[in-house]
Ligand binder design. Structure first.
Ligand SMILES: NC(=O)c1ccc[n+]([C@@H]2O[C@H](COP(=O)([O-])OP(=O)(O)OC[C@H]3O[C@@H](n4cnc5c(N)ncnc54)[C@H](O)[C@@H]3O)[C@@H](O)[C@H]2O)c1
Length: 253
């Protein structure tokens, strides 16, 4: 089986680094025209320049997914530039400092909801309008193992990731008859700048994670990207509404 995205158009949010960048690169290598989107304009510029220099068809669009107007403009720009939208990975997300529920500052709660939950919602809504008009398309939303199990100190983050699965599954049922498939990925602990920042602040977390990690290593961004491309491809044509763990067995224990 060869997964090809020749003549297809893919959109990835949070694409400047981490698993978003890995997915954008993999879509491009599989032949897609790729829109990389991120709120970090400088990092996005570098990511797009690198892929462009390697000969890929790429466009960078600065967008904060928490801002609905910017998200609508991002999808419009994608369609104005490449004519359609076949695959979308709604990946942009943030972590907030670990805290007991009673100590989580309101501002942290609001921020993580705005990006991780409302942000995925904004993207899904704008993408679905285009895909419904086409009668085709596939969307993968980024949840987490934090959407499948609890973890002390991370209640607000986990609430967003459980929410992403809920909206993905409901939208998948709505859109199944319209030829549009939606699924979610649930990454375990992946070696990205987000996890590097977390380990810098709490180095002891690595031992805790590895103590429960069946295959005793972090995941690589490309291992999540590969699952995203599979779910967006015709190879997954009968798969919709799943929340796929990509976690080295973490949630199987
Ligand atoms: N790394 C992990 O272990 C892990 C595990 C499970 C789930 N996740 C989820 O995977 C996704 C990507 O994580 P990562 O580790 O690659 O993160 P990262 O911090 O390494 O990269 C995230 C990218 O998203 C961008 N971004 C952040 N907020 C944004 C916003 N409001 N609008 C647009 N872009 C924004 C950042 O600028 C950055 O380029 C997130 O949704 C995260 O919650 C990560």
């Amino acid at each position: 089986m060869r997964i090809s995205f020749e003549d297809k158009v893919a959109l990835v949010t949070g694409a400047a680094m981490g698993m978003g960048f890995a997915a954008a690169r993999m879509f491009a290598e599989a032949g897609a025209a790729v829109v990389l989107s991120d709120r970090d304009e400088a990092a996005l510029g570098k990511a797009v320049a690198g892929l462009g220099a390697a000969g890929h068809k790429v466009l960078g669009v600065t967008c904060d997914v928490a801002n609905e107007a910017e998200v609508v403009a991002m999808v419009r720009r994608t369609v104005d530039t490449y004519g359609r939208l076949d695959a979308a990975f709604n990946n942009a997300g943030i972590q907030i400092p670990a805290n007991n529920v009673v100590e989580v500052p309101d501002a942290d709660y609001e921020r993580v909801m705005a990006v991780n939950l409302r942000g995925v919602w904004n993207c899904m809504q704008a993408e679905l309008r285009q895909m419904q008009a086409q009668g085709s398309g596939a969307i993968v939303n980024c949840s987490s193992i934090g959407g499948l199990i609890g973890n002390p100190g991370l209640a607000a983050y986990h609430a967003t990731k459980y929410g992403v699965i809920g909206m993905t599954q409901s939208a998948a049922l709505e859109n199944a008859p319209r030829g549009v498939r939606l699924n979610a990925v649930c990454p375990g602990t992946i070696d990205t700048p987000m996890v590097a920042r977390m380990l810098k602040e709490q180095p002891e977390a690595m031992d805790v994670i590895m103590g429960k990690q069946p295959n005793k290593r972090l995941g690589r961004p490309e291992e999540v990207a590969a699952a995203v491309l599979f779910l967006c491809s015709d190879a997954a044509s009968f798969i919709l509404g799943v929340a796929l763990p990509v976690d080295g067995g973490y949630t199987a224990t």
